[in-house]
Design a binder for this molecule. Structure first.
Ligand SMILES: C[S@@+](CC[C@H](N)C(=O)[O-])C[C@H]1O[C@@H](n2cnc3c(N)ncnc32)[C@H](O)[C@@H]1O
Length: 197
């Protein structure tokens, strides 16, 4: 982890690949809203040949993940403290990612807070834009209303196909929140959307 640091990204118009050392030839995955990031760490350890980006708005969570990655000697990862909409709306080029994970995002169940939900119609277009052709958007939630809203948005957009086998390589890796929900007896649904065209 020599010279590594948490990347604190405040300029929403700066391009990410000018701010970090991004190896263009590697399979790249982004864990967006990574939290304390157990999933990111496990992914980076399992696939050292891939490049793993982990992003969260909360600096304390970024620190926990960064320190764990340091302890594990992980070299194939960058931790980004950044606002998710800025990152995928402006800061990433077209066709940048092989796989994007949005796992157990805050569901914001009250109507008056619904504008805070990360998955909304505008974001679907940006997710499509930043994925490479054939790239995967991996969404997971335990929250039934959010599941309905998100899957309906993706169905309506009609620019993705579904292929959950594209998650086979990681189906045993659970996020911190998924472990928590499972301990409470709640099931977490997963789906893999493929950028079809
Ligand atoms: C419920 S937690 C899930 C964390 C992790 N994915 C997991 O499953 O354990 C949601 C995470 O998204 C982050 N988050 C919420 N809104 C965000 C935003 N606008 N930009 C970046 N991260 C955000 C929160 O800080 C929090 O760590």
């Amino acid at each position: 982890m020599e010279n590594k640091k948490i990347n604190i990204l405040t300029d929403k118009y700066a391009l990410l690949d000018t701010l970090i050392d991004w190896p263009a030839d590697k399979i790249t995955e982004l864990d967006l809203g990574c939290g304390k990031g157990s999933f990111s760490t496990q992914l980076a350890l399992r696939y050292p040949e891939r490049f793993i980006l982990s992003a969260d708005i909360m600096i304390g969570r970024c620190r926990k993940l960064f320190k764990r990655n340091e302890r594990e000697g992980i070299e194939n990862s960058e931790v980004l403290r950044v606002e998710a909409r800025h990152l995928i709306g402006c800061m990433m080029k077209d066709n940048s990612l092989d796989r994007l994970h949005v796992l157990c995002p805050d569901p914001w169940p009250k109507d008056r807070h619904s504008h805070n939900r990360l998955i909304c119609s505008n974001i679907v277009t940006h997710i499509h834009r930043i994925l490479k052709p054939g790239g995967v958007f991996h969404f997971a939630t335990d929250d039934e209303p959010y599941w309905e809203i998100a899957t309906n948005l993706f169905a309506k957009a009609n620019i993705f196909t579904v292929d959950n086998s594209r998650l086979d390589d990681i189906k045993d890796i659970k996020t911190d929140f998924e472990k928590r929900w499972n301990e409470q007896g709640k099931e977490v649904h997963h789906i893999a959307y493929i950028k079809a065209k």
